[in-house]
Design a protein around this ligand. Structure first.
Ligand code: 4NP
Length: 169
């Protein structure tokens, strides 16, 4: 089930929420989603209750910063891209996060497929609901702008859903 009407799964610990965004390398898409979602969560007044983390299913870039083009796109839009360090998925994330959001179908399959706590990030996108966030790594700068627009829309929707779920609307 990946429609926008799918409710957020309940928190494992009442009043708190741990979200993870997942892509392949954790240097382009999931870092952009991580930074934007964290900002939306803070703007929604939920910084004390909601944790956002990100990782890649692959480990090539672990410990490194995000891709320069991803960072430039975020910086130009007013976000802080400097704090990111790439991480790789480990099985415990599936046990302790409340919700894992995959950028594309391949990432979703690496997470074991869709389930109550695992779904596509864009299942919360009000535009093109349930689509993939396309990998911009091998393309041009346009791809990063497209990713930013998707993660901004989706993060706004997610922050609103979290406010309702946590009774903080
Ligand atoms: P991401 O993009 O999954 O959005 O971080 C990629 C980054 C690196 C590679 C592939 C995709 N790579 O093959 O190194």
């Amino acid at each position: 089930m990946t429609s926008a009407s799918a409710p957020l799964p309940p928190p494992r610990t009442p009043g708190r929420y741990r979200l993870a965004v997942v892509c392949l390398g954790n240097i382009c898409r999931s870092p952009m989603a991580h930074v934007v979602l964290e900002q939306r969560v803070a703007e929604a007044g939920l910084a004390d209750a909601v944790e956002v983390t990100s990782c890649g299913t692959g480990g090539w870039h672990v410990g490194g910063p995000m891709d320069d083009r991803a960072a430039a796109t975020l910086t130009a839009a007013g976000y802080d891209a400097t704090r990111h360090r790439a991480r790789q998925l480990t099985p415990d994330w599936l046990e302790d996060r409340d919700l894992l959001l995959a950028m594309d179908e391949t990432n979703l399959a690496e997470l074991g497929g869709a389930s109550e706590r695992v779904r596509l990030f864009r299942s919360f996108d009000p535009v093109g609901t349930g689509g993939e966030v396309p990998d911009p790594y091998y393309g041009g700068d346009d791809g990063f702008e497209e990713v930013l627009a998707m993660v901004e829309r989706t993060s706004t929707a997610l922050a609103g859903a979290l406010q309702h779920l946590l009774g903080r609307a």
